[in-house]
Design a protein around this ligand. Sequence first.
Ligand code: PRP
Length: 207
Amino acid sequence: MDTRVVDHPLAAARLSTMRDARTGSAEFRSALQELTLMLIYEATRDAEVVTEPIHTPVARTDGYRLANPPLLVPVLRAGLGMADQAHRLIPEAQMGFVGLARDEETLLPTPYLESLPEDLSGRSVFVLDPMLATGGSMVYTISLLTGRGARDVTAICMLAAPEGLQKMEDSGLPVRVVTASVDERLNESGFIVPGLGDAGDREYGSV
Ligand code: PRP
């Protein structure tokens, strides 16, 4: 499985803001949006483009656009904070939604929303979720997508735990990961260490 760690100094600075326990919700959401922009930028680096002629005020030249804009799928709640920024960079993208809550005892994802195109045959999908912890939520989401025919899936995450990456690898699903950091480990409560806490709570408050 291809895992790309975006270790740019600006990415590291935004991630540090998100990790810092003193950072409030508004600042956390801003840093998440800015880091999303950097991760999407890297995730589309090798995207196929269509060339078409354009006219500048001076001359005719080649213009470019994405050949196959990916479907964007934020995983609620936490992934919602990445959705607008990703859409801003890829305005022609369609967006679907998956809602999952991780059971605090079993750590298994409980689905509560699925709003996706029926047929994803041959489509590329970007799944947006700040945290890849045990990997249960991401594997569940990617299985949903490949079940509808998605050809390749990119998981865009602020942080990934080695345990979650291993689970994705073992799943054999057609996925690659773009993240700002692979952290040390999961603790006994299933939190990423050092991590940043609970991304959904830090964006929107605890429920
Ligand atoms: C968090 C996070 C991921 C999931 C990661 O969501 O945003 O979706 O847990 O954990 P996993 O890799 O072990 O499955 P949570 O269930 O806390 O819901 P929220 O986004 O509504 O806060």
